[in-house]
Structure formats: C-alpha cells, structure tokens
Design a binder for this molecule. Structure first.
Ligand SMILES: [Zn+2]
Length: 141
C-alpha cells in the first residue's frame, strides 16, 4: 500500500538517523527501508513499525493514500484534512449506518474541507470500508 515517504524521510532526518539506524529502531531490514523511501510503498506491518519507531501517527503515514489534494468543486489546492477520524454519529445522526466497529459505535470518517469554497468531503475509514464489503446492509450497485 502507499505510504507518505516524504514524512518518513522528514521524521528520520529529525532524529538524525541514517537508513541503517531506522532499520534497527524499527526492526525492519535496510532494503525494506530503502524501498519504502524510494517507492513510497509499504505493508501495513512495516507502516506500524515505522510509525512506532519514528513516533508519528500511523494515520499521517496514510496521508497521500487519499486523493483529496484538489477540490472537486473549484479545483483549489487549498484543501485541509482533519488528521484523525471522527465518528459519523457526531456529524448528523448516523451517516454510514451499520458500519461501526462495535454495536455501540458508529463508523468513522475523515473530513476534508476546501478553504476556498467550503466544499466538504468525507472519506470512510478503512475499518468501515472493510466492514461494508461483507455487510448484509450494504451492496454494490
Ligand atoms: Zn473548493
């Protein structure tokens, strides 16, 4: 899966680590670190190991996975994303019904807002998407 390689590089430099040192700190091998930084691609396991070694939020490593950089409404590049996920129940009732991780929680989304025109987009969390694929309440068109 895609990873924000730029952030990995920045976080590694901030710690003044070489690629070798990051490999040791994360428990990944050097070739894996090189591939991640060069090809912006990493497994979920590698992502978790990196996030923990570099003390960054694993969601920040996903940053570039979501195609949100320009506004679909006005093409502005001034687009902001919330650096976390919010429960849909806090937005308006339950926006993505039956997709919460438990019966008592609602599905999570990540809001993205255009600073030019206010266009608001919501991206379903990966958990919700996984759940949707097998839910009897949801079906493909
Ligand atoms: Zn816009």
């Amino acid at each position: 899966m895609k990873i924000n390689a730029e952030l990995v590089l920045k976080a590694r430099k901030r710690k003044c680590w070489s690629q070798e040192e990051l490999a040791i700190a994360s428990g990944l091998n050097l070739r894996t670190i090189q591939r991640i930084e060069n090809e912006s691609s990493a497994s979920l396991q590698s992502k978790k190991a990196l996030a923990s070694a570099l003390e960054i939020d694993i969601q920040d490593l996903d940053y570039e996975e979501i195609r949100m950089k320009t506004c679909p409404e006005c093409n502005s590049m001034e687009v902001y994303q919330y650096k976390g996920e919010v429960e849909t129940a806090t937005i308006s009732g339950e926006l993505l019904p039956k997709l919460g991780s438990t019966v008592f929680s609602s599905a999570k989304v990540r809001p993205v807002v255009c600073a030019e025109c206010g266009n608001l987009r919501l991206y379903a969390s990966k958990d919700a998407i996984e759940k949707m694929k097998t839910s009897k309440h949801w079906g493909q068109f």
